[in-house]
Every structure is written in structure tokens, then in C-alpha cells.
Ligand binder design. Sequence first.
Ligand code: AVI
Length: 334
Amino acid sequence: MTDAALGRPTMHANLDFFDDQHPPAGDFLRDVLAGMRRAPKSIPPVYFYDRKGSALFDQITQAPEYYVTRTELALLDAIAPELAERAGHGAVVVEPGSGSSVKIRKLLDALGDPAGYVGLDISRDHLLDACTELKLDYPDLSVGAVCADFTGGLDLDHLPLPEGRRVVFFPGSTIGNFEPEAARGVLSGFRSGMRRGDAVLIGADRVKDADVLVAAYDDAAGITAQFNLNLLTRINRELDGTIPVEAFGHLSLWNAEKSRIEMHLEASRKLSFSIRGEHFEMEKGERLHTENSHKFTPQAFGKLAESAGFEITRSWSDAGEFFTLYWLEPRWDA
Ligand code: AVI
């Protein structure tokens, strides 16, 4: 019997452990058909990230209009000494969604002498690649991988982790891609396994001038448009779709009431197509909603953190107040 069959973390390549929790794969066909039958039509943004979509997202992070990544990276540089002080010696960094290879290196370098790193991701190949590369770059660090859906909470107690303060790192304003109730659920999941002294370092994009926000999701070079349209190409390729991709236009809209940027794909003419044999029609001007990216005032983020059982003990913003990093600690009075 293997260690995996006994439910224990196993060794994998050069990693210190690999815990495969066999998360059920998202069901692309089911979610696309359900979303296309809905009015208005919508598809969850998690399906953007096939190989091509992930490469396009990397390009978005370099686009001049997309201030998010470079602002957060500069902030991480600026606050490195304070992060080291807060995390203390021998911290264990836990990264749900494990994909921010540049940012995690910045954080580990900032901390100086971290003892461990745990990446968690639903995509096994991506996770193992990211963690293996990290171990090569940081051979003295204990590096482990957990293949799991982090939105179900962080279950770390059975892992062979070094002692030390655990710091959950959730950068990029990924929290903004969840609906408010789901965002609270994600943070509550981080909170549930925490011990005294543990913390979350989380990035949140801020409410700002609508033109700046809209441009960040509709760059002049058209990379974000390609990223959005690639979802249709993926449906055609993987789900036998006949969607005329060229008949759709990319839209980035600021929804002030819900404090979010919305991405849509709009039909430029009346359309009819099929997906895995099921027939769909769209009117000219009809939209398919593909992503929400919520933006937070400090007050709104404070409420969210508090509703999940945290208090904000420190926050850092850039001079233009475009983006904020928050240090959250569990509340013990709640
Ligand atoms: C991954 N996520 C935080 C990005 C965002 O800004 O909401 C995804 C993205 N979509 C279009 N551009 C970037």
C-alpha cells in the first residue's frame, strides 16, 4: 500500500512532500452549458486559464494599462523589511492558488530566513511545476505541494510542516474575482485552521477613477480582448463548439453599484451556434458575462475581513492609492 492510499503526504521528485487530495476537476462542459442557458448568459472566469489563456494573462500583467501587478510588486519591495519583522524567523508561507512565481520569490527573499513553503492548487501539473522550480531555487527551504481546491478551506494540520508562524499569501487581488459571499467564504476558509500568531498577507485592488479601471481591462494592444475571446476558442476546441468568435467584441465596464469591473463578450450580429450538439441563439448586442473583478475601498475590505473573523493589523498602499496589501490576523474574541 502506498503512502497516498494511507492518506499521508507522499514524496514527489525533489519536493519535501506532495499531498494529493484529488480535487474533482471543474466540469467545463456542465458549467458552459448551464451558463449559456441562463439569462443573461455567463461563464465562470476560472475557465480562462488554459495554456493560451495563462500565457495571455502573463502578457496582461505587463500591459501599461494593467497597473495591478507592477504596483503590487513595487509595494512588496518597499515593505520587505517590515514584512520580515512581522513574519519573524522561520515562517512558513502558504500560497493558495500557487501561481505567482515572481511575487512568491519576492516574499521569500523579503522574509530572509523562511523555513517552509506550501503551494496549494487544483491544477496538479501547474502546482508541481511551480513547486519544483521553487525548490530548485531555494534548496534549503522545505517545499511541499497540496493538490486541493483551496476554496474549501486550508487543511494543513496533517502536513509535515516546520514549526513557525504560518503566513497565507494571497496576492494579485484574486479575492476580487469572487462574488462577495464567496470571497467571505474563501477568507473564512483561511481563518479556520489558524493558530495564534498566524497571518494572511493579501492584495486588494482599490476603487479608483472609472477610466483608469476600464482601461486596465481593455488595453490598447488588445491583449485583454484576446484573453476574453480565447474562452470562446477554447469552447470550440474542447467542447465541439461552432461559435463564430469573430462576431464577438470585448467589453470592459465599471459597475459602480457593485464596485466591480465586468468583462463581457458582445454579439455584433444575430448568431446561432452549437456546443456539444446543443443549439444556442444570441441577439445582436446580447452579452455573455465572463468576469467580475471587485475593487475595494479600505472600509469595504475591512468589513469583508471582519466578517471572515480577521482584524487588519497593518496595511500598505502605493502613493497613488491604487492597490493595498493587508496583514490580517485572526480575531479570537469572535
Ligand atoms: C486574476 N485576476 C486577479 C485578474 C483581475 O484583475 O481580475 C484577471 C484579469 N482579467 C482581466 N485582466 C486581468
